[in-house]
Write a protein that binds this ligand. Structure first.
Ligand code: CMP
Length: 144
């Protein structure tokens, strides 16, 4: 199967009505959407998703924020999709992120950085399995 990555529009991005804008950028780049849903994550899901940040000073606030409202979770597929998605997204800190990236164009705050994208193929697999059931992802080769 083609490379896949997990991308999530965080509660700030959903509230600011950036879902269409963000999907448009991914689609125009040539990536393929193979799964998506609007979901307000449980504390448990958020803890699993952000397990690597446990103990950091911003961890509890990060969990409060990500569980505070609906998240638009997506699975994207394509050639080198993990790094391609990360170049569309930009750097963690929106103020340091170049213009023409999603965070560079729409954010100013590291704790409200609009969108998440997996940082490797491995974490992509882990995150896709956390957020999606198998039957929520269309088969590779299906054209949508
Ligand atoms: P994300 O790509 O979802 O992965 C971890 C998140 O932690 C990151 O985006 C930021 O939103 C958040 N984060 C990282 N550093 C800080 C910080 N110093 N203060 C608050 N949130 C942070």
């Amino acid at each position: 199967t083609a490379e896949r990555t997990f991308v999530a529009i965080k509660p700030d991005g959903v509230q600011r009505k950036l879902i269409g804008e963000i999907i448009g950028r991914f689609e125009k780049k040539g990536l393929k959407l193979v799964g998506c849903k609007l979901i307000q994550p449980s504390r448990k899901l958020a803890e699993k998703h952000y397990a690597e940040h446990k103990g950091k000073p911003f961890y509890e606030g990060l969990l409060d924020f990500i569980t505070s409202g609906p998240v638009f979770a997506m699975v994207w597929e394509g050639k080198e999709v993990v790094s391609t998605a990360r170049s569309l997204i930009g750097l963690t800190d929106p103020l340091k992120s170049p213009m023409n990236t999603i965070r560079g164009d729409f954010g100013i705050c590291v704790g409200r950085n609009i969108i998440h994208g997996s940082d490797s193929v491995e974490s992509g697999k882990r995150e896709i399995n956390l957020w999606f059931a198998k039957n929520e992802i269309v088969k590779s080769g299906v054209t949508i």
